[in-house]
Design a binder for this molecule. Structure first.
Ligand code: ATP
Ligand code: MG
Length: 503
């Protein structure tokens, strides 16, 4: 090696070099440099460097500029060489001026190039993974937001972290209002779903559609079927997923069906009670008629007139009972089918009451004294006579029937004015008071039900339909019926009916 040439500059040990004159003639070079040349056999002292390093061809002008000091350096980057026909190496080659010559410094950058390449490859691969993840995230986001079901993701303490479109729509919140809100603001019952259930979820249990009451921002109540599960986030923090379905309408429809079924069942029960009761009630008068007819057939010609007429009277009484029963059943049937209506026509109410009292006094006999008291302003009042008859013939008949010892029965009718929601409205207040057996407290609440009869009626005949009819007629009138009673002292029924229509 030419020590004089090389000692002019300090050359770091990892670099190789060769020194050229202005004609590219190799004046000096570091050990084994020929292995980095393209054609090693052309490399050597005194040889033209362009033969072994063809990259230098065309650099004549640049070399001149460097030698003249017009240019500091010139750099070739990433020259590739195949060493010993197998190893690919990369080199950087830098020309600089060194005294009156030029020095070419060569750095083996293979390791760096390989690292770069690996990094580049990794970056590319990561880019692909990120692109795929982004696509997947977009895809999942699209599914979540287009999901018809409500989605909430909450923290362990129940704070909402994520919501979807359906949740915003159903609960009428904006997304920014929901984020950070406690799920308890939305779910109004089932505490355990909010706290206790989260423990269950953490223990690995899933919660399948449970019905919970929820409320919207405006306070509207909803019923939502929620399924819940827990997932671990990448930071190993649990997140609670609530997926819900609005079942408010479904529940309402179910409740309605249930109500209709109960009503249907009630009607069916009523019908069968009606049938068994009425057939039983018809059996007695019918067998009584049959018996009297058979007796008259067999013995009539031999019997005295008096005995014959006794049996004929019994037949008549039995048919009356059956007719009345039939009428009651028909009336209730008509009322329940909505065919009974209030048709008020002007009526002298006092006269109507007097006639009713006379009628009842006649059949009741002397044991009873039916006293009528009316206010003086009842001579022309629009009332539905038919409904009045249903109401008061039943109340008077009960007053007589349930006073087996007789006594005074008071019947009063009085016009009153009362203030209702629609202002002043005229009404008539009626009372029917007896001094009879009274109604036991335990029967009072069921008195207006079909066929209900109090425990103390003993052998007093009746079907328990009369007061049902009374109640239906009063309800139709939008009136009020009430009673007070004391066992062994008597009973008073109060009826208030509004005056409907023109006077
Ligand atoms: P129906 O009137 O159909 O012939 P009923 O009199 O038994 O039969 P309701 O008029 O509906 O039936 O009365 C129901 C029950 O209420 C009666 O069976 C009786 O127990 C009780 N009740 C009604 N009015 C009186 C009253 N004034 N005093 C005592 N108990 C009464
Ligand atoms: Mg009765």
């Amino acid at each position: 090696m030419n020590q004089t040439l090389r000692s002019e500059i300090f050359i770091p040990s990892h670099l190789k070099y060769f020194i050229l004159d202005g004609e590219f003639k190799i004046l000096d070079y570091s050990e084994n440099l020929e292995s980095f040349s393209e054609i090693p056999q052309e490399f050597g002292l005194g040889k033209d460097a362009r033969l072994s390093f063809p990259e230098l061809i065309g650099l004549e002008k640049i070399l001149l500029e460097i030698l003249q000091g017009k240019r500091n350096q010139f750099k070739f980057q990433g020259i590739s060489r195949t060493l010993n026909n197998e190893n690919l190496v990369y080199l950087d080659l830098i020309f600089e001026k060194m005294g009156s010559h030029a020095i070419a410094l060569i750095e083996d950058i293979t390791a760096m190039m390989n690292l770069n390449q690996t990094l580049f490859q990794q970056v590319n691969e990561n880019g692909l993974v990120i692109a795929e993840l982004t696509t997947n995230k977009d895809y999942i986001n699209k599914i979540i937001s287009s999901m018809g079901n409500v989605l909430f993701v909450t923290t362990r303490s129940g704070k909402i972290k994520t919501v979807n479109q359906a949740a915003k729509q159903l609960f009428q919140y904006r997304e920014e209002e929901l984020i950070g809100l406690s799920i308890a603001e939305i779910i109004s019952d089932r505490e355990e779903l909010l706290a206790g259930d989260r423990q269950k979820l953490l223990a690995g249990e899933a919660i399948e559609e449970i019905e919970v009451k929820c409320r919207t921002k405006q306070g509207r109540n909803l019923i939502v079927g929620f399924s819940c599960s827990v997932i671990q986030t990448e930071k190993k923090i649990p997140a609670f997923i609530y997926i819900g379905r609005d079942i408010t309408e479904q529940k309402r429809a179910e409740a309605e069906i249930e109500k209709a079924l109960v009503k249907e069942k009630e009607l069916n029960d009523l019908k069968s009670r009606f049938i068994s009761m009425t057939s039983h009630e018809f059996r007695n008068p019918l067998s009584s008629i049959l018996m009297s007819v058979e007796l008259l057939e067999n013995f009539g010609d031999r019997w005295p007139e008096e005995k014959k007429s006794k049996h004929l009277k019994r037949i008549k009484q039995s048919t009356d009972t059956m007719t009345r029963l039939l009428e009651d059943i028909l009336t209730i049937g008509r009322a329940e089918a909505g065919k009974l209506e209030v048709k008020p026509i002007k009526l002298n109410l006092e006269e109507f009451c007097r006639e009713l009292v006379e009628e009842f006094q006649l059949t009741a006999g002397e044991k009873y004294q039916i006293q009528l008291q009316c206010s003086t302003d009842l001579d022309s009042i629009p009332m539905d006579e038919k409904l009045l008859r249903h109401i008061f013939s039943n109340l008077l008949s009960n007053a007589i029937k349930y006073s087996p010892d007789g006594g005074i029965i008071d019947f009063t009718a009085m016009k009153i004015a009362s203030t209702g929601t629609n202002g002043e409205r005229e009404k008539v207040k009626f009372t029917v008071r007896d001094r009879g057996i009274g109604i036991p407290p335990q029967d009072r609440s069921r008195l207006f039900e079909h066929f209900h009869r109090a425990k103390n009626v003993q052998d007093i005949a009746g079907t328990g339909l009369g007061l049902s009819i009374v109640k239906k007629a009063v309800d139709l009138y939008e009136g009020i019926i009430s009673f007070t009673s004391e066992i062994g002292v008597g009973t008073t029924f109060h009826v208030v009916l509004p005056i409907i229509g023109d006077r």
